[in-house]
Design a binder for this molecule. Structure first.
Ligand code: PLP
Length: 398
């Protein structure tokens, strides 16, 4: 067996199941899950229709590179969304469709890491656990960048020693962040690109929450936009990861893309041809429909805006909840242990949340997820309101 498998931590939901084991919530309260970041709004009907209309194409093998039209639609979407006027994305060389960002974030590290050079992979802490597993199985050592209230839940690149940057081969960033919702400003993305040029490492920018934001006039900036603004018009060392899962409520479609540096994508494409993960043709057609429409995305944002407004209104007197800049999570700090809170909340109110420490590691003398909880406002408004009312009661008795 691959000995590195032993280095993988249990997934947060395995730890959560153990924590909840043995607790019996009141039978008269229906269970409400705020723990899993799985979108629950309806999948767009026109995307389902397109998928069904192309089922006959299941009899064709798809190619890893995806259909030309899919890559063209994705490139146009990127150009529009991130104002890539001076350096339009080339759909032939700078886009690859992937089966959701999860597999891509994982396989990307396997393709780009040179394990002979004592590689470091930098990542935020707390984080999406795939980054850590990807680094470990690629033969690299994870280096955690704590994102805390003190640094507005963003990594502090100035605090990272030169020695770490020298060994860094790959950095994962996540903006809007899971779980914190923090958005990296353009200036910070520019700072990171300058560091990548100086120390020669690759930036993997996880932007899968980029379309979930609360101010329609200020969509979160992206890495490609920052590269263009610096004159890095070939997007050297920059790769972005996008997905239809959150943007279009299609987590079951397994459809996303990576885009950026053509040289890196050429090597990653070579890896993917062996990886064997081409998107089935009906999924590619459905994805073309989804990336071509913004109306359903705006409606989706409005649903989240309503829920955040209402839930924050109900909870603000009992928990330090603040409106995130993006994403669909609340990330309040608790006056008590996150594990105890989670277990008692489940036992008394039949609500499941995720203890912050299950998303973070001890690093640099602290655990930045400890005594936080993550609450995903993915259920419908009525269920989110009901959860907030039960949380009010629970917190008042703390
Ligand atoms: C930060 C982050 N990145 C990536 C993913 C993977 O999403 P998908 O594979 O559905 O694109 C998730 C899913 O929850 C996530 O939270």
């Amino acid at each position: 067996m691959n000995p590195d498998l032993q280095r993988l931590q249990a997934y947060p939901f395995e730890k959560l199941a153990k924590l909840k084991a043995g607790a019996t919530p009141p039978a008269d309260l229906a269970h409400i899950a705020l723990s899993i970041g799985e979108p629950k709004h309806a999948a767009p009907a026109f995307v389902r229709d397109r998928l069904i209309a192309h089922l006959d194409e299941l009899s064709n093998y798809p190619v890893t590179k995806g259909m030309d039209t899919l890559r063209q639609v994705i490139a146009s979407w990127l150009n529009r969304r991130f104002n890539l006027h001076t350096a339009a994305i080339n759909p032939e060389t700078q886009v690859l469709p992937v089966s959701g960002t999860r597999e891509a974030l994982f396989s990307f590290a396997q393709a780009v890491i040179d394990r002979t050079q004592q590689p470091l992979v930098l990542m935020p802490n707390p984080f999406y656990q795939i980054y850590e597993g990807a680094a470990l199985l690629a033969g690299a050592e994870p280096y955690f960048m704590n994102t805390t209230q003190a640094n507005n839940y963003l990594p502090d690149f100035d605090s990272i020693p030169a020695e770490v940057w020298r060994r860094c081969q790959l950095i994962y960033t996540c903006s809007p962040g899971n779980p914190t919702g923090a958005v990296m400003p353009l200036a910070q993305l520019q700072q990171l690109i300058t560091l990548a040029e100086k120390y020669d490492f690759i930036i993997a920018s996880d932007e899968c929450y980029s379309e979930l934001y609360f101010d329609e006039t200020r969509p979160p900036p992206g890495l490609l936009e920052a590269a263009q603004s610096l004159g890095n018009t070939e997007y050297k060392r920059c790769v972005v990861f996008h997905s239809l899962s959150k943007r279009s409520n299609l987590p079951g479609l397994r459809s996303g893309f990576v885009a950026g540096d053509a040289g890196i994508l050429a090597d990653y494409y070579r890896y993917r041809t062996y990886h064997g993960c081409a998107l089935p043709p009906p999924i590619q057609h459905a994805s073309i429909a989804a990336w071509s429409d913004e109306t359903h995305v705006r409606e989706n944002r409005q649903l989240y805006q309503q829920k955040f407004r209402r839930v924050i209104e109900l909870l603000q007197d009992v928990l330090p909840v603040t409106q995130p800049e993006g994403g669909f999570y609340l990330w309040p700090k608790l006056p008590v242990s996150d594990e105890q809170f989670t277990r008692d909340l489940f036992a008394q109110q039949n609500i499941t949340v995720l203890p912050g420490r299950y998303l973070s590691r001890d690093a640099h003398g602290e655990n930045p997820g400890a005594n936080y909880i993550r609450m995903a406002l993915v259920a419908d408004l009525a269920q989110c309101e009901e959860a907030a009312l039960r949380l009010q009661r629970f917190c008042q008795n703390l």
